[in-house]
Structure formats: C-alpha cells, structure tokens
Write a protein that binds this ligand. Structure first.
Ligand code: ADP
Ligand code: CIR
Length: 360
C-alpha cells in the first residue's frame, strides 16, 4: 500500500485540482469516490496514484492529465483510467477489447477518392505515426539510465538492418548540435525538447541518454527512440498520398515486429505511456490549408469533433496554427483497427476540405 505520507500528498493534489478551474479529463474523472477507491493502491513496480496524476496536477491546463508509470497502472488504477479512456476513445468501455492488429490493404484507402491532393491544393503533407513499447523494459518513469542505454542499443541494431526505402541512419540526441536539433524540429521531423507535461510525469530522466532519431535519407521514414514512448514509428511525406504513407508504415511495422518483442495488452492493444495513444497508437494526420474555416477556430474544432478529428497547431500538440495551416488527425486510436483509424482521418479530412471549398 501507499504510505500515509504518500496518501496525504495525493489528497493535497486532489484538493488543488478541485479548487482549480482545470478542464482536464483528470479533473473530471477523479471524483471523491474514485479517489477513495484508489488512493492507497500501488503497482507491482511501486508506482502510486501520484505518479499517474502528477503531470495533470502540475499542469492545470492539461487536456488529459494522466500517464501510466507502468503497464500495470492501467489495471491497478482502472477506476480512474477507464472513464478517461472511454471519453477520449469514443465510448471504449471497460468490457471492450482492442481488435487484433489489422493493417488491411493500404490501396483500399485511396481506391475511391484517390489521394487527398486530388481535392485541390489543400493538403501540404501527410504523416502517420504509431507507438510501440518493448516487453522487457518498464515505461518511462521507471527506466534507469542503463535501461535507456540498453534499449537504445537493442533498437538501433534492428533499425540498422532495415533495407530498401526504410534503410537509414541513427542520430543519438546526446551530442547532436543544437542547430541540427532545431532544424529537425522546425522541419517537423523531431520531437521538441523539454515538454513540461512529460517532465512532470518523470518521463525525461537521464535526458538525453538513450534518446535519438533514426531516419532514411528522404526523411520519409523515422523512428523516435525513448521520447514519450519507447518507440514512435513515423511515415511522412509531402502531399496527400495517404496510401503511400500508410504502406511504408505497415512495411516497417511488420519488419520491426519480427525482430523486437513488443508489448501488447489483450484489452488495450499497444501499451503506451499516455492513455490517448492506446490500441492502434495510430495518429494519421495531414497539414492542411484552411484559410476560410480556420478563421473561426471554435467552429473548426466543432466540425472536426463531429467527424472524429482532432485539431492541432502547425508545430503539433499544444502549438498554435500559423498561416491558416492546421494539423488534423483521427482522435481515437483504441477500439478500431489500424486501417480504420487511417480511414477515419481520410474521410473526415475529405469532408472538411469540401466544407472549406463551400465556405464563403
Ligand atoms: P505526435 O504526432 O508525435 O503525437 P506532435 O503533435 O507533437 O506529436 O507532432 C510531432 C511533429 O510532427 C510536429 O512537428 C508536427 O508539426 C509534425 N506533424 C504532424 N503531422 C504532420 C503532417 N501531416 N505533416 C508534417 N508534419 C506533421
Ligand atoms: C495533456 O494532458 O494535455 C498532456 N498530458 C498530453 C495529452 C495527450 N498527448 C500526448 O499523449 N502526447
């Protein structure tokens, strides 16, 4: 059980949340009843409720506010995670299950409408990413420096064996010049540094040890090592060819799945640090120009929500939009197949572009 001192810290955090005007899913779903149920619990690896909620308590502007310090946390703290998961992933309930990995046929995506560029010069670029955790390692807050270094070595060995379109080079963050880093971030290829949500969740310990980025020469296939998740696997290119982007990601995933022991939960699919990424962990996005719809962000958000889309700024989550360019992606990732997650983005974005064309 959690100690009395730990429980007191949790209760203080709860009171701070209650007094705040936070609108996070944490604030909403950590009710007095749920608190009472879980405040003394501890995972097998020793994590308490404080480890789950710290980020959302320190960052009262969080949208979600919780992270899973280890895979167990999703079951041990289910009374808190379940309603958050259900609300974020469009009704995925406690007895629902993630379907088995189903990549489907990438060509199916563009068979009817063709690629999204056919709708005009709206789509600038397309990106599909997913996340994977390795079975032998804990999640971020419990990773030791040695874990980070061992995991990096193990992953890089596998990445270096990739061939063809996927062949590339690994660039460790440790030793990368700040100029190179800045350029990679600016060009949308690399994660930003110093994310306060992740830092508060103790996900940035021993930084930059074991962190880095692998990419092919064209920067159309990229892997982030040990940022928010063990692995972020990314396929992206200019234009709106969703099939090409998705097909490249699928080839990579099939290949990596053969050489790495990936963690999969029977109910939740891919086990990720943030509950928003469970299941397929797929975020399929486009950068799209919406000069008309973009003038009224609140309305854009509303239309997108109706279509299952999430709106982000030009530099990703928690960033602003510049020059009417938005990042639109599928919001839910859990409770549907991989190809359906991409389809949801594809269909929603097609509709938004049609609305943009019709808007005055
Ligand atoms: P993630 O997708 O990894 O959860 P972010 O929202 O932080 O996290 O995005 C990471 C980076 O990917 C950002 O630089 C963002 O601008 C970039 N990005 C996302 N979608 C696209 C896209 N369709 N085209 C180009 N860059 C993109
Ligand atoms: C928040 O609650 O706003 C942050 N903790 C991010 C939530 C979802 N994004 C993510 O996992 N990157």
């Amino acid at each position: 059980d959690a100690s009395d001192a730990e429980v007191r810290e949790i209760e203080t955090a709860f009171e701070k949340l209650q007094r705040s005007n936070a609108t996070s899913l944490l604030r909403k779903h950590l009710t007095p009843e749920v608190l009472e149920q879980v405040k003394r619990r501890r995972t097998r690896h020793g994590a308490t409720l404080m480890d789950v909620i710290r980020s959302g308590v320190e960052n009262l502007d969080s949208g979600v506010g919780v992270y899973a310090p280890d895979g167990d946390a999703y079951t041990v703290f289910a009374p808190l995670f379940d309603p958050i998961i259900e609300e974020y992933h469009a009704g995925f309930g406690p007895s629902d299950r993630q379907p088995p990995v189903t990549f489907g046929h990438p060509k199916q995506l563009t068979k009817v409408l063709g690629n999204l560029s056919r709708l005009g010069k709206y789509v600038i670029s397309t990106r599909i990413r997913t996340a994977r955790s390795l079975e032998e390692y804990p999640l971020n807050p419990l990773m030791t420096e040695t874990d980070y270094i061992d995991m990096e070595r193990e992953v890089v060995k596998v990445l270096q064996d990739l061939t063809g379109d996927l062949a590339g080079t690994y660039y460790p963050l440790d030793g990368m010049s700040s100029k190179d880093k800045r350029q990679l971030i600016e060009d949308h290829f690399l994660f930003k540094e110093g994310d306060r949500f992740l830092q508060a969740a103790n996900a940035s310990r021993h930084w930059p040890k074991g962190r880095g980025i692998f990419h092919n020469a064209a920067k159309t296939f990229l892997v982030w090592v040990s940022e928010e998740d063990h692995l972020r696997i990314i396929s992206m290119e200019q234009g709106g060819n969703v099939t090409s982007v998705y097909a490249r990601l699928v080839t990579a995933l099939v290949n990596l799945g053969k050489h790495l022991k990936l963690r999969r939960d029977r109910r939740l699919g891919s086990v990720t640090f943030c509950p928003t990424n469970l299941g397929t962990a797929i975020r399929a996005s486009v950068h799209v120009r919406l000069p008309r719809l973009g003038r009224d962000r609140a309305r854009l958000e509303k239309e997108c929500a109706r279509l299952g889309l999430q709106v982000r700024g030009t530099h990703g989550e928690h960033s602003e939009s510049s020059e009417g360019v938005f990042d639109l992606s599928n919001k839910r990732r859990l409770g549907l197949t991989e190809i359906d997650a991409v389809t949801e983005m594809y269909q929603g974005v097609s509709e938004i572009i049609q609305m943009e064309k019709d808007a005055k």
